[in-house]
Design a protein around this ligand. Structure first.
Ligand SMILES: Cc1cc2nc3c(=O)[nH]c(=O)nc-3n(C[C@H](O)[C@H](O)[C@H](O)COP(=O)(O)OP(=O)(O)OC[C@H]3O[C@@H](n4cnc5c(N)ncnc54)[C@H](O)[C@@H]3O)c2cc1C
Length: 523
């Protein structure tokens, strides 16, 4: 959408027009937010006087706060006209605006406060909706979004399911240190997931899945960058690209075909010689003899997903979103094809009903628990992964560029004065116990690659459950239940895809076509 013409009236009464400003929907959303602070809060809390404050005293927060009091919004031929002159009496004005707001915007509940839920809450709040976020944890981003690999990795989008996967998975069966370990269980969901995974391994499906992930990834990275520019959000991010290095000729050879597909879909991905890899990340110097090549994706990024999620949750709260933490969703009340309410249990076990106009499912690996109630199958299975976070104790030995070690399938991100290393995948149900052998194996590999990087002191181990679909492509769109939306199943790339998925979902909720070519559900 193009920028719109906004009429500002400064405190001194001067009128100015600006066409370079934000989009009309962003302006309206900020307008309503600001408005809601005065006119829509319960009179009991705000006092009746608050109802009379009206638009005249509305001041925008942020960039316009110092100079402008907004009095009117005009969009080109004046499609949107909310001029104070229309409603001379402030009280009437607020009541009318309240009614308009009710008609245009919804009360939306986001289920889950991981990176997916919080980005969803952000874009919905920006669109003007009244948003409530519910999570069983005491804060945002405390489950899978807590200590992931940190990579915003658009151009390394090869799905786990690809033509070479079935043989590899068979070879790795029962091997404790394998990068992808299926622990076969008497669990129908696991078996059905496995069969769907096999179906996704054909060349044609792999190609289509890469296309979906690259398209969503590129859109998402732009959305993240725009959000960063607009809000100044800081989360120890680095924009030095991602270098994927190989120590096996066969694997490097095998990486050429998917790289060509990713390039065809628009990724910036350059093959590098061993010497070039070391030039990109000098901390790899002692590995020159074993690196056989690498692929560099200069426009990729990295950053702390947990810090980002927490900061953004705070910004959502500042914009009026409500948060119900320590609150577990224990049931749905459905009538026909509509979700009537959620049953919530507080930390002390008190069960209450919660209603909204619409609901968004962002419950990560736990989304599929609600299959039956949603009347549709979400083929999401948890893939347990590990991470180790180390303090930087030796700057010279530490890497600065985000890296991927192909042999051990480990990713490395620099998060300020910490080093994050993550990887391994185990399909073994919902268990999140830490297996110290696996953690120590990661530290051993890190020491091997970067001598002197750590003395092991201060290492923090973590494990999380990637909400994985067989295709690696998430579910974004409308559920079969009329007033439920889906934004879940982001698997290995939930951080990478979070902003784009949420921005697109907000468009779908608002009845707009998302700006990205992606296979949305029922949209
Ligand atoms: C080891 C590892 C490394 C990774 N590395 C990367 C990477 O480098 N780059 C990348 O893009 N992605 C990476 N990922 C993937 C990424 O972390 C996930 O895809 C992403 O965090 C998923 O976010 P989410 O919001 O969907 O799920 P979550 O963060 O798990 O959020 C779901 C929320 O739902 C809540 N919830 C669930 N059930 C209920 C209930 N009944 N009641 C109330 N609340 C409930 C949970 O408390 C949780 O907060 C990695 C994952 C792992 C495990």
């Amino acid at each position: 959408m193009t920028g719109c013409k906004v009429r500002y009236i400064t405190a001194e009464g001067a009128i100015s027009y600006d066409r370079s400003g934000p989009r009309i929907d962003q302006i309206i959303s900020r307008y309503w937010r600001a408005c809601g602070a005065y006119s829509l809060a319960p009179p009991k809390e705000q006092g009746l006087g608050a109802w009379r404050i009206g638009l005249e005293s509305l001041r925008y927060k942020g960039q316009w706060e110092r100079q402008h009091t907004i009095a009117g919004i005009h969009w080109f031929a004046g499609e949107v006209c909310l001029c104070r002159n229309l409603f001379p009496a402030a009280g009437a004005q607020c009541a009318v605006l309240g009614l308009i707001k009710k008609a245009l915007f919804m009360r939306i509940t986001v289920m889950g406060a991981g990176v997916t839920g919080i980005t969803t809450a952000w874009y919905l709040t920006q669109s003007g909706h009244d948003v409530t976020v519910i999570d069983r944890q005491p804060g945002a981003g405390l489950e899978t979004s807590f200590a992931n690999g940190g990579q915003v990795s658009v151009s390394h989008a090869e799905p786990w399911a690809n033509p070479s996967a079935p043989l590899k998975v068979l070879k790795w069966l029962g091997k404790e240190d394998s990068p992808l370990l299926f622990r076969i269980r008497p669990d129908l969901n696991q078996w059905l997931w496995g069969l769907s995974f096999l179906r996704e391994c054909t060349a044609a499906r792999t190609r289509n899945n890469i296309k979906q992930m690259v398209n969503l990834g590129m859109y998402s990275r732009s959305a993240l960058q725009a959000l960063r520019t607009d809000t100044g959000i800081a989360y120890n991010h680095t924009t030095k690209g991602i270098l994927h290095f190989y120590t096996s000729d066969k694997e490097f050879e095998g990486a050429q075909a998917p790289a060509a597909i990713m390039r065809e879909f628009g990724c910036e991905l350059d093959m590098k010689s061993p010497a070039e890899c070391v030039a990109i990340e000098p901390a790899l110097a002692s590995n020159l003899h074993r690196i056989v090549g690498g692929s560099m994706t200069p426009s990729d990024e990295s950053g702390d997903a947990h810090l980002f999620t927490q900061q953004l949750a705070r910004m959502c709260a500042d914009k009026g979103a409500q948060f119900l933490y320590d609150t577990r969703i224990v049931g749905f009340n459905k009538s026909g094809d509509e979700l009537q309410s959620l049953r919530l249990a507080s930390a002390d076990g008190v069960v209450t009903e919660h209603t909204a106009d619409a609901y968004v499912m962002c419950m990560g690996s736990f989304s599929s628990h609600w299959n039956k109630l949603l009347g549709q199958t979400l083929r999401i299975y948890p893939a347990k992964g590990y991470s180790v976070t180390l303090p930087v104790i030796n700057e010279e030995a530490s890497y600065n560029v985000s890296l991927t070690d192909d042999e051990y399938k480990l990713v490395f991100s620099r998060l300020g004065d910490r080093l994050r290393i993550a990887g391994t995948a185990e399909l073994n149900g919902y268990d999140t116990d830490l297996n110290l052998v696996r953690c120590e194996a990661i530290v051993k590999r890190v020491k091997d690659l970067f001598p002197g990087i750590t003395d092991g002191v201060g290492a923090r181990y973590w494990t999380g459950l990637r909400p994985t679909t067989p295709s690696n492509v998430p579910y974004i769109g409308r559920a079969k239940t009329r007033n439920v939306f889906l934004n879940t199943g982001h698997g290995t790339l939930g951080w990478t895809h979070s902003c784009g998925s949420a921005a697109a979902l907000a468009d779908i909720v608002n009845g707009k076509k998302p700006e990205v070519d992606f296979s949305f559900i029922n949209a």
